[in-house]
Design a protein around this ligand. Structure first.
Ligand code: KIV
Length: 278
């Protein structure tokens, strides 16, 4: 049977039936096509774009225009997977009005089906306003990379009872505000498990253990295309970078030695026509 278009009610049904939800990041058309063909439930056009594709030091400099440009490409490649566009830093913090307007651009200009934004209880009214405007919102708590400086670095969050309680309360507030799903990043298994048990919406973990309703990884980490560092939570399923480097070196050497292009990659004209050219 042909695969159906993934919807929010399908994701909710998967969770209700105890089936795990799958999410993968993508930032361009060919990757989105592959992720879609692999039957991933959801594709996140993460602002991790800034680090793994654009070469920034963090996700902080990523702009709306950069996100929208890449979201458009992903939406062209994603046929059945549900596409979530990540709102970049300062696109939803300045005012609720600006947040709704920018969320709308992900839907209207880029073709995404929902948006994601980072933050706990303090973001509940922003989530509510965007949802009220008719745009589904995926929340994101725990280690929130856009505000990592405020968290004193890229550290596991909710390691003590007070921090854990704050995360549970944030998750509840965001659910009440209308979020349809929530990403839990870098928090202890026990906290993720408690949040997952107490919420009615799916939890998607990254560095949050196996008790979440689903999992997400960054594509470039999974396929070994980001070599600057590999966080503990990443499982690398294939290491492409050395293979690509090797192919590029081989190409350069073959061009330098006149081996490429060979006759099988060249075009010839009829001998008579070649004669006439002389
Ligand atoms: O930007 C991103 O890729 C993310 C995921 C790590 C959840 O936010």
């Amino acid at each position: 049977m042909a695969r159906q278009k993934v919807t929010i009610s399908y994701l909710q049904k998967k969770m209700d039936e105890g089936q795990k939800i799958t999410m993968m990041t993508a930032y361009d058309y060919p990757t989105a096509s592959l992720v879609d063909q692999a039957e991933m439930d959801t594709i996140l056009v993460g602002d991790s774009l800034g680090m793994v594709v654009l070469g920034y030091e963090s996700t902080v400099p990523v702009t709306m225009e950069e996100m929208l440009h890449h979201c458009r490409a992903v939406c062209r490649g994603a046929k059945q997977s549900f596409v979530i566009g990540d709102m970049p830093f300062m696109s939803y913090q300045v005012s609720v009005e600006k947040a709704v307007e920018n969320a709308g651009r992900f839907i209207k200009d880029a073709g995404c089906e929902s948006v994601k934004l980072e933050g706990g209880s303090e973001m509940a009214r922003v989530v509510k306003a965007i949802v009220t405007a008719g745009i589904p919102v995926c929340a994101h708590i725990g280690l929130t990379p856009q505000t990592a400086t405020k968290l004193s670095g890229f550290k596991v969050q909710g390691k003590d009872a007070e921090g854990a309680r704050e995360l549970v309360n944030s998750a509840k507030d965001l659910e009440e505000a209308g979020a349809f799903m929530i990403v839990l990043e870098c928090i202890p298994d026990q906290v993720a498990s408690k949040i997952t048990n107490e919420l009615n919406i799916p939890t998607i973990g990254i560095g949050a253990g196996k008790y979440c309703d689903g999992q997400v990884l960054v594509y470039h980490d999974l396929v070994g295309l980001f070599e600057r560092f590999t966080p503990k939570m990443v499982k690398q399923y294939i290491n492409l970078a050395p293979q690509i480097r090797e192919a590029l070196i081989q190409y350069r050497e073959e061009v330098e030695k006149g081996i490429f292009p060979g006759p099988e990659h060249s075009f010839t004209m009829k001998v008579e026509e070649a004669e006439k050219m002389k």
